[in-house]
Write a protein that binds this ligand. Structure first.
Ligand SMILES: [Zn+2]
Ligand SMILES: [Zn+2]
Length: 282
């Protein structure tokens, strides 16, 4: 962690071979290899179910945990469940909750301005989708943005050793499912997790409809909402970022919100922030 990181935008992005980017490419090669090898090594129905389950559960770690809890503090929970959310989101191999939240808060504060980390409008589709991840511009984050989170040493530790959650999951997949478990349940589902998350930064600022004039390019997309457990209502979210619910209408599919409501019924989470009624009628 560093404080007051100097932000500079690399307008001619290049891939930098850090441990993170090498891991990123190896994961893609492994997932592609698993798909190409289907005629010789087809995954069982159970394995495909494991791919889906590990996608959905870890996706909730990103959408309900890293995004709606750590970035926007849109509900409250116990310190134990907070750690569970940090570990679950961490298993998606998108670094730690503090890194994720700091950079996401920066995106909301500077959407589509020159210093926006992943603005399609400012820096193009490639940079917004994956270029900023593969550069070495943002390997650190501004600790001042997440002062409310850095007071928890377990979160700071998990952020520093962010390779621990995905490594434990990869070992579990190998132990329980053999090489097929590693390649499919871990690698293939992790690649899907990457690109569905990245699409919110890229395609949800490019394609879709706008309900609110938010002063930047965010869009609402049903397809993206289905692929991301409800995060596709990105224009709604930019308009009112601090509520749990992103699908403001009853028909705006938002399973992350439904899951958090269920956790609320069991008293695992509390103080769920809802959007004002006027927004739901808009
Ligand atoms: Zn956005
Ligand atoms: Zn957000």
């Amino acid at each position: 962690m560093s404080t007051a990181v100097q932000r500079s935008i690399n307008r001619n992005p290049r891939v930098v071979f850090t441990p993170g980017s090498v891991f990123f490419f190896l994961l893609h090669f492994a997932a592609l290899g698993a798909v190409i090898a289907i005629p010789w090594y087809p995954p069982s129905v159970g394995m495909l179910f494991a791919v889906l389950a590990l996608f959905v559960v870890r996706k909730f770690g990103i959408t309900g945990g890293f995004h709606r809890y750590f970035s926007h503090r849109s509900f409250k929970t116990s310190r134990f469940f907070q750690f569970c959310l940090a570990y679950l989101g961490g298993m998606a191999a998108q670094k730690g909750a503090l890194w994720w939240a700091a950079n996401h808060r920066h995106h909301h504060q500077h959407s589509d301005e020159p210093e926006d980390l992943h603005s399609v409008k400012q820096h193009g589709l490639y940079w917004a989708h994956v270029g900023w991840i593969l550069s070495d511009e943002y390997s650190e984050y501004d600790g001042q943005r997440v002062k409310d989170l850095t007071k928890y040493p377990e979160l700071v530790w998990l952020d520093k050793y962010h390779f621990v959650p995905p490594l434990t999951l990869a070992i579990a997949c190998l132990a329980l499912g053999g090489w097929m478990g590693l390649f499919w349940a871990f690698c293939v589902s992790t690649v899907f997790l990457y690109h569905t998350t990245f699409c919110i930064n890229s395609l949800c600022h490019l394609l879709g409809r706008r309900r609110f004039e938010t002063g930047e390019s965010s869009k609402n997309s049903l397809i993206m909402a289905i692929l991301t457990l409800g995060e596709g209502w990105h224009n709604n979210h930019h308009h009112y970022p601090h509520c749990v619910r992103q699908g403001f209408k009853w028909w705006e599919f938002d399973p992350t919100y439904y899951a958090i409501k269920v956790l609320g019924w069991f008293r695992i989470v509390r103080d769920i922030k809802e959007p004002p009624k006027a927004l739901r009628m808009a």
